[in-house]
Write a protein that binds this ligand. Structure first.
Ligand code: FAD
Length: 410
C-alpha cells in the first residue's frame, strides 16, 4: 500500500532511483513510483556508459548487470573515414538495463524509500505554483498523496511537466530512436561503433556490443520521419559495414524511444518540483547519452529535496541548480556547446550532407574542438586520401591515441 510521504519521486529510471536513494538517506520519508509493471522493462536505450563516468557510481555494478566492456570507440564518418579513439575516455561498458535499473530501485528501497511499480502519476493539484497534491493509480486504485517536494524523473515525455503546463521539448529538441538487439554472424571488435552519415540524418547510428557476438544496433535522429522500423530495416540492409556483421532476421529484441538533446527550456526547478534526468535534458551527447548524467543529477535532486524538507524551507530547492553545476556542470555545458555547433553545421547549406557528417564526426570524436571548426572546414575541399592524411596530422599534433583510416564504402 502506498503511504504518505515528504518527497515523491516520479519515475524509477536512473534519475529517479538515485533521487529516491539520496532523499531516503537524507532521513526523509520518500516514495518512488513507476508506471511500469516491472522496473527496467521495456528497455528504451543503447545501454552503454562511458567507463570514466561509471566511476561516479559509489558501488560496484554486479557482473549480471554488465553485458560487455569495450576498449575503444570507432567513428565511421560518411562511410569514407574511420577514426578509432583509444583514449581512456572512449572506453565503454554495456549494461543490462533491465537488471541495472531494478538494482538501482532496490538500493533506494534498501535505504528506506517506499518503492512501487505499477503506480502511475495521473493528476496533480497546484497552488501558487506548487504541486500540493498528487493522484496515483496504483494497481487499479487511485491513491492521493500530499508530498512537500516532488522530483520529476519521469523521462523525456514527463507527465509532471505536462500536468504543470511546463513546456519541455519541442520535436526539434528531441531525437527519435530505434534499435534491435541482434546476434552477429561473426565476432565483433571490442569497440562501440558510431556512424555519422546522411543515411541516418541529424543523429547517429550505432553498434553497441553486448558480448562477442551480440549487440544493440540502431539509430536516433532529430526529425526522423517515416516508420522507425522501416528506417532501421533500410539502414541495416544498406550499410555495408553493418551488413558485414548482421542480418536483419537475427533480432532478439526491438527497442524504441525518444531522447532529449541537451538543455531544458524551463530551468530544473519549478515551485516545489525539481526536474531530473531526461525530464531536465541532462544528457551529454547531442543525442542520447543520459544514463550516468541522469543518475548523477538525480542524486543531487534527492539530496537537495531532503535538505529542504529537513530545514522546512522550500527555497532551499534553489540549491539544485548549483548542485547540478557542481556535479556535472562542465560536462553538461560541453554537451550543450557540442549540440549547438552540430546544429549549426547541419543547417549550413554551403556544404554537402556527407561533408556535414564528416565535420560533426570530427567534433564528436573529439579530434577537433568546437573552436577549430573553421580550420576543419578547409579539409573538406581535399580529396579523401589527403583529408585522411590531414586528420592523421591533427591527431599526431594533439597527441591523441587514435588511428585514422580511409574507408571505401561509397
Ligand atoms: C534509442 C535510445 C538509445 C539510448 N542509448 C543510450 C545509451 O546507450 N547510453 C546512455 O547513456 N543513454 C542512452 N539513451 C538515453 C537514456 O536512455 C536516458 O537518458 C536515461 O534513461 C534517462 O534516465 P531517466 O531516469 O531520466 O529517465 P527514464 O530512464 O526514461 O525513466 C523515466 C521513468 O519514468 C516513468 N514514468 C513516466 N511517466 C510516469 C508516470 N506518469 N508515473 C509514473 N512513472 C512514470 C517511466 O516508466 C520510466 O521508467 C538512449 C535513449 C534512446 C531513446
Amino acid at each position: 500500500m502506498i503511504k504518505e510521504c515528504e518527497v515523491l519521486v516520479v519515475g524509477a529510471g536512473p534519475a529517479g532511483s538515485a533521487a529516491a536513494l539520496t532523499s531516503a538517506e537524507g532521513g526523509v520519508s520518500t516514495l518512488l513510483i513507476d508506471r511500469k509493471k516491472e522496473i527496467g522493462t521495456p528497455v528504451q536505450c543503447g545501454e552503454v556508459v562511458g567507463e570514466p563516468l561509471l566511476r561516479h557510481l559509489n558501488f560496484k555494478v554486479p557482473p549480471a548487470a554488465v553485458a560487455s566492456v569495450q576498449n575503444y570507440t570507432r567513428f565511421l564518418l560518411d562511410r569514407r573515414i574511420a577514426i578509432s579513439n583509444k583514449e581512456p575516455y572512449w572506453r565503454s561498458v554495456s549494461l543490462e538495463r533491465k537488471i541495472f535499473d531494478k538494482l538501482l530501485a532496490a538500493r533506494a528501497a534498501e535505504a528506506g524509500a517506499q518503492v512501487h511499480a505499477d503506480a502511475r502519476l495521473v493528476s496533480v493539484e497546484m497552488k501558487d505554483g506548487d504541486v500540493v497534491e498528487a493522484k496515483i493509480m496504483h494497481q487499479g486504485r487511485e491513491v492521493t498523496v500530499r508530498p512537500k517536494i516532488i522530483v520529476a524523473a519521469d523521462g523525456v515525455h514527463s507527465t509532471l511537466s505536462r500536468l504543470m503546463g511546463v513546456e519541455l521539448f519541442t520535436e526539434k529538441a528531441m531525437a527519435k530512436g530505434i534499435e534491435y538487439e541482434m546476434v552477429a554472424h561473426r565476432k565483433l571488435p571490442s569497440a562501440m561503433q558510431i556512424f555519422l552519415e546522411p543515411e541516418v540524418g541529424l543523429g547517429y547510428g550505432w553498434i553497441i556490443p553486448k558480448g562477442p557476438r551480440r549487440a544493440n544496433v540502431g539509430l536516433a535522429a532529430i526529425g526522423l520521419t517515416g516508420n522507425r522500423r522501416d528506417r532501421l530495416q533500410e539502414w541495416l540492409s544498406t550499410n555495408p559495414l553493418v551488413m558485414r556483421y548482421f542480418e536483419a532476421d537475427h533480432v532478439l529484441e526491438v527497442k524504441t524511444g525518444d531522447a532529449p538533446i541537451p538543455g531544458f527550456l524551463g530551468g530544473p526547478r519549478r515551485g516545489n518540483v525539481l526536474f531530473a534526468g531526461d525530464a531536465a535534458g541532462q544528457t551529454l551527447a547531442f543525442v542520447g547519452e543520459g544514463i550516468m548524467p541522469s543518475y548523477i543529477c538525480g542524486q543531487g535532486a534527492g539530496a537537495v529535496a531532503a535538505a529542504a524538507v529537513r530545514f522546512n524551507d522550500v527555497d532551499r530547492l534553489d540549491c539544485y541548480e548549483q548542485a547540478v553545476d557542481d556535479l556535472m556542470g562542465d560536462e553538461l555545458a560541453g554537451g550543450g556547446a557540442l549540440k549547438d555547433i552540430i546544429l549549426d553545421v547541419w543547417t549550413d547549406q554551403n556544404i554537402s550532407e556527407g561533408d556535414r557528417t564528416v565535420l560533426c564526426g570530427l567534433l564528436m570524436s573529439e579530434v577537433i574542438f568546437p573552436e577549430q571548426i573553421e580550420e576543419a572546414r578547409e579539409l573538406l575541399s581535399l580529396s579523401n586520401y589527403k583529408m585522411v592524411q590531414a586528420i592523421k596530422d591533427i591527431v599526431a599534433r594533439r597527441k591523441i591515441r587514435a588511428t585514422v583510416s580511409a574507408l571505401r564504402l561509397r
